[in-house]
Design a protein around this ligand. Structure first.
Ligand code: CU
Length: 148
């Protein structure tokens, strides 16, 4: 009987440890926590945002104002819809309530991407996903300088 209790205790300890480790990894989820960008009356509250490759961008409307977000940008006061290679499709996402948020992404390709609001003149957002580009491309440059 004592042996059985010991087994049960051991099993419950294993269960607790397993549950704890699962909760831990689920909570942290690597570094891919979504980055947020807020929208005000007629602008993105920041002109650009850098996000880690593979993560999504959370757009948040701070005011009860209509915003319609798509791939592209305002150029010389004219909307230029355009989707860069590798950019996630953002097809006229509509916001009209304070506190409303929607995720855009994931951005699985490194690069620079543009989003705009077709309602508000010059409401542009640049999304930069650096990925692994910087370090890998720096190595040939450094070694050629060392050799010279
Ligand atoms: Cu807008």
């Amino acid at each position: 009987m004592k042996k059985l209790i010991a087994i049960l205790v051991a099993l419950s300890v294993v269960t607790i440890l397993t549950a704890a480790s699962c909760g831990g990894s689920g909570g942290s989820g690597g570094t891919g926590a979504d980055t947020g960008v807020h929208m005000g009356e007629s602008t993105f509250l920041q002109p650009s945002v850098t996000i880690s490759k593979g993560s999504s961008l959370n757009l948040i409307d701070d005011v009860p104002v209509l915003h319609i977000i798509g791939n592209g940008s305002w150029v010389n006061n004219v909307t230029k819809p355009a989707r860069e290679p590798g950019a996630p499709v953002v097809n006229n996402l509509q916001f009209n309530a304070a506190g409303q948020s929607m995720a855009v992404g994931p951005f699985n390709t490194s690069g620079t991407f543009h989003l705009y609001c077709s309602v508000h003149l010059n409401m542009n957002l640049t999304v930069i996903s650096p990925g692994s580009f910087v370090f890998g491309s720096a190595i040939p440059f450094i070694s050629s300088n060392l050799a010279g």
